[in-house]
Design a protein around this ligand. Structure first.
Ligand code: HEM
Length: 527
């Protein structure tokens, strides 16, 4: 994983769970008992709803044809009786905010489960990305509690899981959350519905908000409260039939060994999340990068200098990383000219961001870049020298050897970029005019559109050509380019970014992943 990667947004969301640079997903399930944002009802639990959503998307995978699996087809299937409840749509609406041009809904669903389980005290499940979203519903066939064991065994076999694995997956799923009387009136007595429990949830175990082995210990020691195991309606006691499918051997092992439960849940849930259409190639495991740029910006100021902004994130898992005080960490950034030349003066010290940040996987710190670069010499890459403590030898981070790439040939130009009252966007770019012929100047706007038949949205790109309007007033070595476009039918839901690219002197240069905020100035208003 070398920065920049198509999975940078997912890596950000995976790594930072609170404070500055918060990826935002964990906020939806923290604490583990949290009711879903947007449907905040006592008794509902977002972490459990996310896990059930992922399972229901995967459950209809056909291991013979290789079709289905975690592909977000669930978005088109939420009206089906087998997916009853409002939970799935609530989750999908929340997740739309994390879709980007390279983070599919199905990747976000997988990541949501990994983060929710870790935040609920469960195991660390490795995360891979690269899932591709289906654009239509898949087949029916999510198991339902009134069906018999043979039907459930067949459904899991179809999905690619044997009996032991079925028992494990159900136990790992049913350690969170519970069954709701409003949606399962034949399973849960209506007396469960009260003013403080309007959906009438009955939890599977006594620690519904902890990813632990109580689902197994209570089943084995006879204190189970799981209505799918010990409920009065024998027909819907699917958990009892499944847990007993091997004479309770698997559940006894889980009850006896809490860490075995965690380890097996990690292995099986990882496999469940990585059950994808056979045409999909998943990425390598994504782990927090030690040093990573965050929301970089490079613009030309009125004095004709390049202003470099944004942040550097530093992550570590050691005791020293945990004990570090950001304000005392030495962090500096050194850059190379446009032509690749290093220069001793091309270096700047970074300041710790005062707001702290948290990660489920270690310790994370952010540092602000605030540097002015000479426009003529420009920039092609940078490196970061840093340490967790001032007394340590500095680590030289060069992004796997070549440095962190950053170009000053094609720039976004915030001054003059604006959105008018009709929603039309006028965007400006600056392109070096002394480096050869300029062609294919294009502006790509990445946003979400609604999909008929699904509450979940799809990220699309609207591309427009930019035209040269003249030489920049701030510096004669840059020309100004512009485009005006209407956004068309779209949804405000989600993550909007834009990229500007051009071919200059035969080489393609891209100013990527600019934040929507850069477009939001109202046309006509003075900044
Ligand atoms: C034969 C297999 C299964 C059957 C029949 C089954 C059935 C059910 C039922 C009836 C509910 C209640 C839903 C509600 O009231 O909202 C439920 C909840 C849940 N299931 Fe399953 N399930 C099965 C397997 C799994 C698996 C494999 C997982 C995950 C790995 C899972 C995860 C969950 C979770 C997390 C909940 C709680 C949802 C909440 O509290 O909102 N289930 N299941």
């Amino acid at each position: 994983y070398i920065w920049p990667s198509p999975y940078d947004a997912l890596e950000d969301a995976y790594t930072v769970s609170g404070g500055f640079g918060d990826g935002g997903i964990v906020d939806g399930v923290n604490p583990c008992s949290l009711s879903p944002i947007g449907g905040r009802l006592p008794g509902r639990q977002a972490a459990a709803e996310w896990l059930r959503l992922a399972y229901h998307d995967v459950a209809t995978f056909n291991s013979t044809t290789g079709l289905g699996g975690l592909d977000a087809s669930i978005g088109f299937e939420t009206e089906r009786p087998e997916n009853i409840g409002s939970a799935m749509n609530t989750s999908l609406v929340f997740f739309a905010a994390f879709q980007t041009k390279t983070s599919s809904m199905s990747d976000v669903i997988a990541l949501s489960v990994i983060l929710a389980i870790k935040n609920c005290g469960g195991p660390s499940i490795p995360f891979r990305a690269g899932r591709i979203d289906a654009e239509a519903a898949g087949p029916l066939g999510v198991p339902q509690p009134q069906q018999n064991l043979a039907s459930h065994t067949a459904a899991f076999a179809n999905m690619g899981f044997n009996v032991t694995e079925m028992i494990t997956l159900v136990a790992c799923g049913h350690t969170l959350g519970g069954v709701h009387a409003v949606d399962f009136p034949t399973v849960v007595p209506q007396s469960a519905i009260t003013s403080s429990n309007p959906d009438g949830v009955v939890h599977f175990d006594d620690t519904f908000d902890s990813f632990d082995n109580h689902i197994a210990t209570q089943w084995i020691n006879g204190s189970s409260e799981d209505v799918l195991a010990v409920g009065d309606n024998i027909t819907t006691n699917s958990d009892a039939r499944i847990f007993g499918a091997d004479g309770n051997a698997t559940m006894r092992a889980f009850a006896a060994d809490a860490s075995l439960f965690q380890a097996q849940c990690s292995v099986l849930l990882e496999r469940m999340l990585n059950t994808v259409p056979s045409s999909v190639q998943l990425s390598d495991v994504i782990e927090p990068l030690e040093v990573k740029p965050y929301q970089l910006s490079l613009t030309l100021n009125a004095d004709g200098q390049l202003a470099l902004g944004g942040n550097i994130r530093i992550f570590g898992t050691s005791d020293e990383a945990e004990a570090a005080v950001a304000a005392q960490m030495p962090v500096s950034l050194s850059w190379k000219d446009l032509d690749g030349t290093a220069n001793a003066t091309h270096s700047t010290t970074l300041t710790a961001v005062s707001q702290t940040s948290t990660s489920l996987w270690g310790s994370v710190y952010f540092f602000t870049i605030d540097a002015l670069l000479e426009a003529q010499s420009g920039i092609s890459s940078f490196t970061v020298d840093w340490a967790f403590s001032a007394s340590d030898t500095l680590t030289h981070s060069d992004n796997g050897g070549a440095g962190f790439p950053l170009q000053s040939v094609v720039l976004f130009q915030p001054q003059g970029t604006c959105t008018d009252i009709k929603g039309n966007i006028t965007a400006l770019a600056l392109i070096r005019n002394d480096l050869g012929a300029v062609s294919s100047v294009s502006f790509s706007y990445n946003y979400n559109v609604n999909q008929p038949g699904s509450v979940s949205v799809k990220q699309v790109t609207l591309q427009t050509e930019m035209e040269r309007v003249g030489v920049s007033s701030a510096s004669p070595i840059y020309d100004t380019y512009t485009t005006t476009f209407g956004k068309g039918p779209f949804t405000d839901e989600g993550f909007i970014t834009f990229d500007i690219s051009a071919v200059v002197g035969g080489q393609t240069f891209v100013a990527p992943d600019n934040q929507e905020a850069g477009l939001l100035t109202q046309c006509g208003s003075r900044r």
